[in-house]
Structures are given as C-alpha cells and as structure tokens.
Unconditional design. Structure first.
Length: 219
C-alpha cells in the first residue's frame, strides 16, 4: 500500500484504547505509554462494531472524493471528472446507507484531515485514491468473517464489489490499458483478493482522521 502510518504515539492511542498494557497492530505488540486521552467514541462490538468500522472508512472515502470534485486537479479531463464523480456518489451512498442501518448506534461524523494530499496534483490525488480503494476492499474482505447477521454480510458483499470496481477504475486511470488493475499487491497466487485485519487497516487510515475513535472490541 503506497501510504504508511508512522504509528506515532497519538495513532496507537487513538485506535487502541488506553486501558491495555500493550496494543496489537499488524501482529506486533506496542506499548500504550500509560497516557490517557479524551475519546470521542468507540466503534462498539459485534456486528455494530463491524458496521461502524465500515462506516468510518466510507466517511473517509466520501469526504476525500467530495474534496477531489470540489477542487479538481490540474489538467483533469472530462472522462476523469465523470469517473471520479461517479465514485464520489457511490461512496456518499455507502456512507448514508451504513449510517441509516446503524441508527442510534452510529459513531459521530468524523473530522478528516487531507493536508497530506495535494489536490492540485493528479498523481497525488490518484495515488491517494488507489490507497483508499485498495484499503477499503481489503478491509471489507477481512471484516466479513466478523459479521454474524447474514443480512449484514450480504450487504457488505454488495458494497465491497463496488469498491473493487472503483479500485480497478483508479488503477486504469493511473496506468491506462495495463494489467495493473489486479496486480500482485492486491491479488495472491491463488487469484484471491487480499484481506486486511482491522489492526492493519486502522493505522493506515488514522493519519487522515482527526476525530479520536477507539476500536477496542474489533479483533
């Protein structure tokens, strides 16, 4: 994945909670430094936690593509504008669908930070878009096993299939007419899409999210 988190003290505390002595991130135990912090919300547990996890990522993607369309990069073509507008609309629909499904259990609207993205640069925008889409697909793939309600699982399956279409479209914009739409970085030797655990996904999304949210019950 192109963008990496530095797993700073703030990042670890933000997603892991402050009660535990250590926090597992991508299979590595990290200290919690013994520091407390004000927390806006926890994703919750069970199916609600998984749906809020997806909802947080969809909020991030919807906000990103909204910013892309509101401030088009230099030299953007009509076709690119059309593709990115469609993706924005899908992400907004995913966000709103999950918010409605969660009802009173939904986490608050997240404050995002895209200061690391140069929205005037095609390369910066599309590289970030590829990161978000590949991360989103892997996140849904990894979280599916955590869902118990089959209706939720079916809904997640229909969302991730659209996210995969987005991922392929973005890769085609970066490398037109190539086979990179399904490269070795996202498809394994068995032809299967990669799956990421929440502990792998959250630190990578964290640099773009200002709101402090914990995920203490997701495994």
């Amino acid at each position: 994945m192109p963008l990496k988190s530095d797993l700073s003290r703030r990042h670890v505390l933000k997603w892991g909670g402050t009660a535990a002595a250590t926090i597992a991130v991508s299979g590595v135990l990290l200290p919690n430094f013994g520091i407390s912090t004000a927390l806006a919300a926890d994703l919750g547990e069970g199916d609600i936690g998984v749906l809020n996890y997806a909802y947080a990522l969809e909020q991030l993607e919807a906000a990103f593509y909204t910013a892309v369309i509101d401030s088009p990069y230099s030299g953007i073509t009509e076709d690119e504008t059309s593709w990115l507008t469609d993706i924005r609309d899908h992400e907004v629909e995913h966000r709103d669908f999950l918010k409605t499904a969660l009802g009173d259990d939904a986490i608050p609207d997240l404050e995002v930070d895209f200061s690391a993205v140069d929205f005037s640069s095609r390369d910066s925008v599309l590289t970030t878009a590829m990161t978000f889409e590949d991360l989103g697909v892997g996140a849904y793939n990894g979280a599916g096993k955590l869902l118990e309600n089959v209706d939720y699982l079916a809904a997640a399956g229909t969302i991730v299939s659209v996210e995969a279409r987005h991922a392929a479209a973005i890769r085609d914009l970066i490398n037109p007419n190539s086979v990179a739409f399904a490269g070795d970085d996202v498809v394994d030797e068995n032809g299967l899409d990669v799956a990421y655990e929440p502990a792998e996904v959250l630190p990578l999304a964290d640099p773009f999210i200002v709101t402090e949210v914990t995920a203490m019950s997701l495994t």
